[in-house]
Structure formats: structure tokens, C-alpha cells
Design a protein around this ligand. Structure first.
Ligand SMILES: Cc1ncc(COP(=O)(O)O)c(C=O)c1O
Length: 298
């Protein structure tokens, strides 16, 4: 796989209030966020030139910072505007947006009251998160060794970079065994989410999804719950134990990166993407203005 390094590209990145040439968006090695994970971020997708649910993402970035004890250097409306300007400056019609806010290098140590809060927004082309050829039969997951922490152990409502340490470790371990990703349980042993997306189970025609009380309540997750309700599909948010995967006919992941991704297997459990996955995929494609693959082929 040829990698295109993220620090060596053409284009512009929003950096502390202005657009700077891509390669100049740099940090000092003694930046607090790098040492102590005092950093929050977002992941957004651009469809037809518009950022999907932009204000919800900008608001979540703000809220994530607040949970970590800091204010962003600008308002939610200003983050929205900066995002639009960055997307326009890079001429992107389809792609991904990565806003990030962090404590700077003014002070280094556990106490960092004098640090400045910085904000950057980068945007770049990005295709399917999981191999597109697996869309039909579904991706392969294994259970992660790491558990999502108790909300009194970590700031689980924040999309904070520190919470992703166990995600990278879990995903690497899964990939080393030939899987596409890992399914994380929480500290109680209940199903939580994958390393970067929420999970849904179809059990006898109803859609079941874990209650997000210690992991990210995804914006895409809420979108799919709404799409399902509009279709008259019953949506059940509850604690789900891993053994219940044995009763699920269909399973899929949702997230900004994953969009909707069918799951074909989780360790010993097998699923077949079916009617509910199909209609919800079509409804989502319609919502974002994408021509469904089947229609495009006709
Ligand atoms: C750990 C994790 N869970 C869930 C999600 C899905 O959230 P959203 O739909 O808001 O992108 C993401 C993606 O941001 C994530 O990183």
C-alpha cells in the first residue's frame, strides 16, 4: 500500500484562525496535548460539497473540550464557518474533515492552566473506511481485549484523543489476526462499540443497539435510529450481552467513517446482511444524495 503522508500534501489547513499552507500546519514537540492527551477532535464527511450534520459535530467538539476543562477559542458558529472555508479552500466536494482542539506548549506538566487552546481543521479526500468489496457479505470482527471504561474512570462522553489509545491497540491486534476490526465490550461485559463506530443488531425484525452510557453516542447512530423509526422499524436501546449475538440475523456498524457497514462475523457468530440493512443503506444514500450502487449500475 502506497501511503500519502498527512504532513506532506498540497492544500490549506485552518490553524488558529486562518488558513495556512498544508505543510506549515506544525506543532512543537513539547505540546501539552502530545504528552498528556489534552486533545479533542471530530470526524466529519463532506457529501456534495456540504458537511453532513456540521453544527452537531462542531457542538460536540465544543462539548468535548468543556468535558476536558477547556473552552474552544471560538464559538460553535465560528467553527462551522471555519470548516466551510477550509472545505472551500481545498475544493472538496466529497471527503473527510478533521477538526481538532488541544492544549499548546505554553506549559508542560500535569497542571496546564496557562496553556492556550488551539484549533485546527483539515480536510482531505477519503473513500470507504472498510474494504468496499466486503460491503455485500460484511466485515469480520473479533472481540477486543480492552474494555470501554466506566464513566468515572475516563471522560467517556468526550471525543477525546486519549480514549483512542485502546482503540488503536485493539484494532492492531484484530488486524494481526486477519480481522477487519474489533468489537469492544464495556467494563460490565456488555457490548459497547467497535474501535471507531457504533453497532446495531437486527433481532426478529427489530433494531437493537447498546445504550451509549460509556461510549460515543454517534451522530450517525442517531441518524440511523431516526431512519429506522421513519420506516416503522422498532428501535430498542438497551444493555446487550455478547451472547445475544447468537440471536441476531443482521449486524451493522454506523459512524462517520464507516457510514453503514454490514458485519458478516464476530468470532464464532455469523450474520447475513439482509432486508433491514438494505433499506437503511438505501435511505442513508438518499439522505446524503448518493446514487445507490444498484441504481448507478442500471
Ligand atoms: C469510538 C467511536 N464510536 C462511534 C463513532 C461514531 O460516531 P459518529 O457517528 O458521530 O461519527 C466514532 C466516530 O467518530 C468513534 O470514533
Amino acid at each position: 500500500m502506497t501511503l500519502m503522508p498527512y504532513d506532506d500534501r498540497d492544500g490549506f489547513i485552518w490553524f488558529d484562525g486562518r488558513l495556512v499552507p498544508w505543510r506549515e500546519a506544525k506543532l512543537h514537540v513539547l505540546t501539552h496535548a502530545l504528552h498528556y492527551a489534552s486533545c479533542v477532535f471530530e470526524g466529519e464527511r463532506i457529501y456534495k460539497g456540504q458537511v453532513f450534520k456540521l453544527t452537531e459535530h462542531s457542538q460536540r467538539l465544543w462539548d468535548s473540550g468543556q468535558i476536558l476543562g477547556f473552552d474552544l477559542p471560538c464559538s460553535v458558529a465560528e467553527v462551522d464557518e471555519a470548516t466551510r472555508r477550509t472545505v472551500a479552500a481545498n475544493g472538496l466536494v466529497e471527503g473527510y474533515v478533521r477538526p481538532i482542539a488541544w492544549r499548546g506548549a505554553e506549559q508542560l506538566g500535569v497542571s496546564a492552566q496557562q496553556t492556550r487552546i488551539h484549533l485546527a481543521i483539515a480536510t482531505f479526500p477519503w473513500g470507504s473506511y472498510f474494504p468496499a468489496e466486503l460491503r455485500k457479505r460484511g466485515i469480520r470482527l473479533t472481540f477486543a481485549k480492552w474494555k470501554r471504561p466506566h464513566p468515572e474512570t475516563a471522560p467517556t462522553k468526550s471525543k477525546a484523543s486519549g480514549l483512542y489509545m485502546i482503540c488503536t491497540m485493539s484494532k492492531h491486534a484484530a488486524e494481526a489476526e486477519g480481522y477487519n476490526d474489533a468489537l469492544m465490550l464495556d467494563w460490565r461485559g456488555q457490548i459497547a462499540e467497535s474501535t471507531g463506530a457504533n453497532i446495531f443488531l437486527v433481532i426478529d425484525g427489530a433494531l437493537h443497539t447498546p445504550t451509549p452510557d460509556c461510549f460515543l453516542d454517534g451522530i450517525t447512530r442517531r441518524t440511523f435510529m431516526e431512519l429506522a423509526r421513519r420506516r416503522g422499524i422498532k428501535v430498542v436501546e438497551r444493555a446487550i450481552m455478547p451472547e445475544e449475538l447468537g440471536r441476531a440475523q443482521e449486524v451493522f456498524l454506523t459512524g462517520t467513517a464507516a457510514e453503514i457497514t454490514p458485519v458478516g462475523e464476530i468470532d464464532q457468530y455469523r450474520f447475513t446482511p439482509g432486508e433491514i440493512t438494505r433499506v437503511l443503506t438505501a435511505d442513508f444514500d438518499q439522505l446524503i444524495g448518493r446514487v445507490p450502487a444498484s441504481a448507478a449500475a442500471e
